[in-house]
Design a protein around this ligand. Structure first.
Ligand code: SAH
Ligand code: SF4
Length: 355
């Protein structure tokens, strides 16, 4: 049993079930989430019997192993982890404007099949467990170091590999551990979950009352176009998505973010900008324009800077708040939609290229 698959609030019970005092659970949580160690022999206040429970895996703290960490020229750092059964996943640390954002994966691969996304080419390998989601935070936080001056992760976005709402069973407990004071202790308002538009799951996330922010990848102002770039649009049309967004619990002044991947000659015309503006006008929303990030074999092109600016200005003229997402880490393929590790993970499984 991996302790990280259970809420840190329950670790005391799990320790008691092994005949140990409950307060040991708190002590272990402190080592893991505040000191970033999972090695029982570094947990100096634990007696040998408790260390053995961890070491022998009765109450394991095993993490996926670090495959690589690559830093881009702009400071973005892409971290790859190998899951115990082979597949690899990626997370990205993004330093910007004095903030440190961590972009987390929720699935190995993704089964949604958006045409503009490199992760889609992997297909869905499997859902991640709670511990595999939290492990990404632990490993990334370790990369930043524990010295008092080291930068801390202050924002989390579920925008890595996979569709977070297709893995709600692990997503929600992971969010609870990230926000609970015995866990990471981050404010839920600093956590954003991005979805391709799984309507019933948007409602389920709202009902779970986690307090996190929602982002929806809209990417087209009408269903006909949306279906051609996002096959999920055939099941959940835009009006149903917007209705689910309307019901999503928002705090005062909060808004829902609509992501719009801008594809040259596909969804970047002035008419589309105006149609998007009309669609979102009745809404407390903001639009995040993401100029397409190309990847090997991708069928689309990135729009020109002038076309991005034009799209942005038309939305502004319609009083829609919009921002253009800066491309981070393109030189290490760490930007939105560029995460995919299928080949690398197979190398790990077979021990590399050696005969
Ligand atoms: N599965 C979720 C979250 C991961 S994708 C979702 O689809 O929302 C995070 C964001 O990257 C989404 O808004 C998605 O539309 C965008 N994206 C995917 N591929 C991209 C690409 N090649 N270039 C730019 N943005 C991309
Ligand atoms: Fe999956 Fe999101 Fe990529 Fe679509 S954009 S294939 S939902 S990860």
């Amino acid at each position: 049993m991996n302790l990280l698959d259970h809420s840190p609030t329950r670790w005391g019970d799990l320790l008691e079930a092994q005949g140990q005092p409950a307060y040991r659970g708190r002590q272990i949580a402190h080592w893991v989430f505040k000191r970033l160690t999972t090695d029982p022999y570094s947990m100096t206040n634990l007696p040998p019997a408790v260390r053995r429970l961890i070491e022998e895996g009765t109450l394991s703290l095993a993490l996926p192993s670090l495959l690589s960490s690559e830093s881009a020229d702009d400071g973005t750092c892409k971290i790859a982890l190998a899951l115990a059964d082979g597949p690899a996943i990626e997370s990205v640390l993004i330093p910007r404007k004095g903030q440190m954002t961590l972009c987390l994966s929720t699935q190995a691969g993704c089964g949604i099949g958006c045409r503009f996304c490199r992760t889609a080419s992997m297909g869905l390998i499997r859902n991640l467990t709670v511990s595999e989601i939290l492990a990404q935070w632990i490993v990334a936080a370790r990369q930043l170091g524990t010295s008092p001056n080291a930068p801390r992760i202050d924002h989390i976005v579920f925008m890595g590999m996979g569709e977070p709402l297709a893995n709600l069973d692990a997503l929600i407990p992971a969010i609870r551990a990230l926000t609970h004071p015995d866990g990471v202790g981050l404010s839920p308002r600093r956590i954003t979950v991005s979805t391709s538009g799984l309507v019933p799951r948007i409602e389920a996330l709202g009902e779970a009352n986690t307090g996190v922010r929602l982002a929806v990848s809209l990417c087209a102002p009408d269903d006909a176009l949306r279906r051609t770039i996002m096959p999920l649009g055939r099941i959940y049309p835009i009006d149903q998505i917007l209705e689910a967004c309307r019901r999503f619990p928002l705090r005062n002044r909060d808004r829902i973010t609509f992501e719009y991947v801008l594809l040259a000659g596909v969804n970047d015309s002035p008419e589309m900008a105006r149609a998007l503006g009309r669609l979102l006008a009745p809404f407390r929303s903001k639009v995040n324009i993401i100029p397409f990030n190309p990847f090997p074999g991708s069928p689309y092109a990135r729009p020109s800077e002038a076309d991005v600016v034009r799209f942005h200005e038309i939305l502004g003229g319609l009083h829609i708040t919009a921002t253009v997402r800066k491309t981070m880490g393109p030189d290490v393929l760490a930007a939105c939609g560029q995460l995919a590790r299928e080949m690398e993970s197979q190398k790990v499984l077979t021990g590399g290229d050696t005969p």
